[in-house]
Design a protein around this ligand. Structure first.
Ligand code: IMP
Length: 446
């Protein structure tokens, strides 16, 4: 049973992304042997604060700042080498050690090429109802992977000035697949363009080769030695390609099982799944959003919570906390603990609503439906706002109104809230890891 130790903590977003997963990861990372980024690519973004300095990261997990921790970019990722190279350089320039010892890129991960990005933009432009993607080439790269014509990190490792025939053929085949489908102008894959892409891969080879390896052995060793592993989820459950609001989703499975699969870790190794939510909802891009407040309330939440995308700078759509959606996500992801961020932000409103059910074709329902757009939220009695006192360090220091709000979330989902975000800084978190009991035992009927 040496490979069945329960050593993994997964950090999973339960809403539409941007829940503040990085903040939880920073708490979980110290003492971990591995921190793994599992799915997606530089469509995600989080800020790490280390020794008073802020770092905006899109690919490398926050564990990179911890001595003795190894960061892995998993096989399930799609990686834009140009972004990764810049991220490595930026960290090194700031004095953070990034070496092949503490950063490992899976040789199975797929490579985002410039044509994936062009295609992402082009397809969005063609659509009558655009998805509002980050235009970073995520969808087209996963499409190439599913078409079995993708370029992988192993191809980058194996190519150089002298050995690039293979990659040239692969790029040609992938471009041809896309060209047939998407570009009428055949000249977009001429020889000159191919040369350009091959040179780019050679450049990537010289920068990234030392980091590219088979990550499976490292993960297996860690599991058999009983060392702690943290998986930093990206995106979120409602953006999952199978279980989210298709087609307004990303192209991977950022749920708790998909994330494991992306790393090639079995379910018996999981100790905890920490579900991360905000005390309200936000969404970038298009798609249904039952509790959206496209009004003064939404604008106020956006301004108070600085709800502008880290990756694209786009203003986020904001609305009330949808506990129906959160509860479904808790169940589907086997969430064992919750982290609730922005408790300070939502408390600044005088009255706060929480969605506890939907009116759906004249019926009251308590779980999400495929056609979310026909779900009309049913709200609880409004909660009173609160102000977080200065020097608030423990749960007991929180105002009664804030505690009521948190207990309500726990009761509705039957899950303990162990992290409470009360400010913008990483240290602005109330931690109660030993808190396991729920007052009303969980469960909720409407
Ligand atoms: P893509 O992942 O760039 O293809 O974008 C698909 C959808 O997922 C769009 O609505 C994006 O705004 C959204 N999305 C992708 N990554 C994130 C994220 O990390 N946070 C929030 N939304 C995201």
């Amino acid at each position: 049973m040496k490979y069945q130790n329960e050593v993994v903590t997964e950090i999973i977003g339960l809403q539409y992304g941007d829940e503040g997963k990085g903040k939880v990861s920073c708490r979980q990372t110290p003492g971990s042997k591995l921190v793994i980024r599992a799915t997606g690519g530089n469509n995600a973004g989080h800020t790490v604060v280390y020794q008073g300095k802020k770092y905006a990261l899109h690919l490398i997990p926050s564990g990179i700042v911890c001595k003795g921790t190894i960061c892995i970019l998993a096989p399930g990722m799609v990686i834009d080498p140009s972004v990764l190279i810049k991220e490595i350089e930026m960290l090194k320039e700031s004095g953070i050690s990034v070496t092949p010892h503490n950063l490992k890129i899976s040789n199975r991960a797929h490579v985002i090429m410039p044509y994936h990005k062009e295609l992402d933009e082009y397809r969005e432009h063609l659509k009558s109802k655009p998805i509002g993607t980050t235009k970073s080439g995520i969808g087209p790269c996963y499409a190439g992977k599913a078409d079995r014509v993708g370029i992988r990190m192993i191809d980058i490792k194996n190519c150089s000035e002298l050995r690039n025939k293979n990659i040239r053929q692969k790029i040609f085949e992938e471009m041809l697949t896309f060209t047939r489908k998407d570009f009428c102008d055949i000249s977009s894959y001429n020889d000159k363009k191919l040369d350009e892409y091959v040179s780019l891969c050679v450049k990537y080879h010289y920068s990234l080769s030392p980091y590219i390896c088979d990550t499976q052995n490292i993960i297996n060793d860690c599991i058999s030695n009983g060392n702690k592993i943290v998986i930093e989820g990206a995106q979120a459950f409602s953006l999952d390609i199978d279980h989210g609001d298709y087609p307004f989703v990303t192209s991977s499975n950022p749920n708790a099982s998909g994330t494991l699969s992306a790393c090639c870790i079995g379910p018996k190794n999981v100790k905890d799944v920490i579900g991360v939510i905000k005390a309200y909802m936000s969404r970038v891009g298009e798609g249904p959003f039952p509790t959206e407040q496209n009004n003064a309330v939404g604008n106020k939440i956006r301004e108070l919570g600085h709800e502008y995308g880290t990756t694209t700078g786009r203003p986020r759509r904001c609305g009330w906390l949808d506990l129906v959606q959160v509860n479904d996500a808790v169940i589907a992801n086997s969430v064992t603990k919750l982290a609730v961020n922005h408790i300070d932000t939502i408390g600044k409103l005088l009255e706060i609503c929480v969605c506890i059910g939907y009116q759906y074709h004249g019926r009251l329902i308590s779980s999400t439906r495929l056609d979310k757009k026909n779900c009309k939220p049913v709200y609880s009695h409004p909660f009173d706002g609160w102000e977080i006192p200065k020097n608030c360090k423990t749960y007991d220091d929180l105002p009664i109104a804030a505690k009521k709000y948190i207990s309500f979330i726990e009761d509705f989902t039957g899950t303990p809230v162990v992290y409470i975000g009360i400010g913008a800084k990483d240290e602005d978190v109330i931690v109660r890891e030993d808190h396991t009991s729920i007052e009303n035992g969980g469960g909720w009927n409407i």
